[in-house]
Design a protein around this ligand. Sequence first.
Ligand SMILES: Cc1ncc(COP(=O)(O)O)c(C=O)c1O
Length: 446
Amino acid sequence: MAAIRSRMGDPGAKGLAMAVGAAIRDGTLAPGVSLPPIRDVAAALQISPSTVSAAWAALNRAGMLLTDGRRGTAVRDLRTPAVTRYRRAMDGQTGLPLDLSTGVPDSALLPHLGAALLRWDTAGTPSSYLEDPLVPELDAVLRRDWPYRPRTLLVVDGAQDALDLIVRTYLGLGDTVAVEHPAFTPLVDLLESVGVGIVPVELDSHGLMVAALQAALAGGVKAVFLQPRAQNPTGVTMTRHRARQIARLIGDAGVLAVEDDSQGLLANTRPLSVGAWIPDFTVHIRGFSKSHGPDLRLAALSAPEHVLDRLVSYRALGQGWSSRLLQRILTHLLTDDDARAQVDRARQVYAARRAALVAALGAHGVVVGGTDGINIWVPVQDQATALVLLAGEGIAVTPGRAFTLEPGYPAHIRVTAGLVPHSEAAVVGGAIARAATTTLWRNGVR
Ligand SMILES: Cc1ncc(COP(=O)(O)O)c(C=O)c1O
């Protein structure tokens, strides 16, 4: 207890969580050590039991403590990797003939690299390891359709890398953030891995719901995470009117909006960002994985100077920059007429595939919301039934609970509609509709 008291700056839950976290990291509290009961800790530190319990919850989310019913709370061995929510949800969902659980683009619809690869015969050498991490040609191309005028742009290794960098440099143990709900699961795993608390904010067909966002902001969140277009998993695209409302709320609260526009150039609406109103409070990320290939591993971001400076300094201690060769290839793909035509075509094919599958489901009375994206969010009577019936037909999908943080949320499955050819929409849609409208287990008996 003395070790914790001496490390404790602020007497709140965040201060306690940070003190215990520090004691775990420096080995003062070894893996397996049991912590005293909450009321004993509270009495010893002269704080309330609810403060201790909030700190334990943050440390649990960060994977630093393990709470096991009768045996109480103990220090986790940090060398054992935590099983993420995403991995847990995907267990048993692979290996089926038609895998619609992946959320990845169709490789046949990616732009061809042949011409781009012929243009460079060596990887090149930067003038120094301190050179600007973004190649100027790409900077100029990105600025052409960025949804607001960014002061500085940066390229990183994919949208997930961008989220990781922001979370690690801007947030910490005991902070809380608002996240749109249903949520993009890898973001939830990332936030939990650093002990950041999540306040889910419901979405409607226009984007984040205003009253729910207001309540989250009133509760003192430090950032708001949202996807402006083709939200994964729901396919919702924020309207301009809602974007303006959200911008006003976030700007008044003076917190950070973190926008993940992963659909990028495949989206069927124009680029959109709350940064058009509050550039000094906005991080905007554009992914190129869906449009140009996940293995290109590139995303661009803009952010307020104070956020970007921390991020760039942190990154300088690691890889420092994203391959300039890949940045040049991306520049070529964004400017070459053939490559642009291929991405335009992919956008049309995905929209047609989505529409065909949604229509096939609609013909069986299954109504799907959202308007864009390679995934659809299908309401089902019972999630377990839907997964079992579809597996029986050789079709894998993602269980909706992978994306939901509230136990009462209605059952859904996420289906990567972008992988279903137009000609198979009726058959696949029929199978999904049967699975969506059946309940094998009644009266809670399983
Ligand atoms: C909303 C969202 N964010 C981030 C990612 C990861 O993107 P990247 O491959 O650019 O890291 C995805 C990929 O599916 C996504 O859907």
